[in-house]
Ligand binder design. Structure first.
Ligand SMILES: [Zn+2]
Length: 366
């Protein structure tokens, strides 16, 4: 499970501003706006940190995102809640989680039980998270094995999938058995300020961002990150999904709904200004990849054959292999859904993708 994409965007990055300085150490906090604290927790992955946000909410705090379940995260939270810690007074009023990935939702069950408060989350994120946690301890399903075999995986890679299956629940405390649903467009009163819920899809099914007009702040979760392109993947549970379409639409929606002069509070890297340039850069990166991919399908290819076209780094580790497979499929399915490519199954059940030349004439004329 990773937030980071294997895709590297081969174009000049827009210059973004980072006005908030060095990140806070785990267990401490930096105020980035009145009543808005920046917290940072360690992650045991290549991506080694996540940003969380504490919003003044009456006598206590609303927390946005929670960190992965680990001893390091728990002790950072304990320092924050200690008598002289940044959140030492008032406790938590509620826990808002942007989406279901373990680095965001991992400690939500622990925090809501500790403070007897509620979990606020969109419905698809909450329900999907419950399903993934329930998978822990189960054997890898045959649908998953078929999914990776048809992508062209060999036996060793399939074995790695089987062994790793169900890891999600090990990084996540059991969720509360009920939750408070939040919806796209809803306005939440948090302390003195109103925050609008803005839902995006593609990285996860119903990802919530929070936008405050008054404070000119956007808590963007993984929907917009300044130096990382978020993972947009197809997973075995829905092999025909088209998450890249949802992702590109979400980037456009955010640009239309949120002005460029906000300070963006992302889940990874640092708070930044330059939202619109960043959104356009991310979208353009995918469109460039799609065009390159489509050209490469002049001859039929399996999913594992398009990595060289899409990724700027070698896919040399089994974990990267599953990431690259999911992201390649997101791009391939996008083309298939638009009839720019077709997939044909061979005698071994492996899928081969080929470009459809229906608009060749138009292209030659261009
Ligand atoms: Zn994520």
């Amino acid at each position: 499970m990773s937030d980071e994409s294997a895709v590297s965007l081969r174009q000049p990055r827009p210059a973004l501003e980072y006005p908030c300085g060095e990140p806070p150490a785990p267990g401490s906090a930096t105020e980035v706006a009145p009543g808005v604290l920046w917290l940072r927790m360690p992650l045991p992955f290549t991506l080694d940190h996540i940003n969380l946000w504490a919003l003044r909410d009456g006598k206590g705090w609303t927390i946005v995102d929670t960190g992965v379940q680990s001893n390091d995260t728990t002790s950072a939270w304990r320092s924050l809640f200690a008598a002289n810690g940044a959140l030492g007074q008032g406790g938590l009023e509620r826990v808002v989680v942007t989406h279901m990935h373990p680095d965001h939702v991992g400690m939500a069950g622990w925090l809501t039980r500790k403070f007897d408060c509620r979990l606020w989350m969109t419905r698809l994120e909450y329900l999907n998270c419950r399903v993934l946690v329930a998978d822990t301890g189960r054997e890898a399903p045959e649908d998953g094995v078929r999914f990776y075999r048809q992508a062209g995986w060999d036996d060793d890679a399939i074995e790695y999938y089987r062994v790793r299956f169900g890891n999600f629940g090990r990084m996540t405390h059991a969720l509360p058995e009920s939750f408070r649903r939040i919806r796209d467009g809803e306005r939440l009163q948090i302390g003195d300020h109103e925050w609008q819920v803005l839902v995006g899809t593609g990285h996860s099914p119903e990802h919530a961002c929070l936008y405050c007009v008054e404070l000119k702040l956007l808590i963007s979760g993984d929907q917009v990150l300044p130096r990382i392109s978020s993972n947009v993947s197809v997973f075995p549970t829905e092999p025909d999904a088209d998450p890249l379409h949802g992702w590109l639409r979400s980037l456009e929606r955010i640009e239309a709904a949120v002005p460029d002069d906000v300070l963006v509070l992302p889940a990874h890297n640092e708070p930044f200004r330059g939202l619109h340039a960043r959104l356009r850069y991310l979208a353009q990166g995918h469109r460039t990849s799609l065009a390159r991919l489509r050209r490469s399908l002049e001859t039929p290819k399996r999913v594992v054959d398009v990595f060289g076209t899409l990724f700027g780094r070698p896919i040399d580790h089994p974990h990267l292999l599953s990431l690259a497979t999911g992201e390649s499929l997101a791009h391939l399915n996008y083309l298939v859904h638009r009839r720019d490519a077709v997939a044909t199954r061979d005698g071994d059940g492996v899928l081969w993708y080929e470009r459809v030349n229906r608009d060749l004439a138009a292209e030659v004329g261009a």
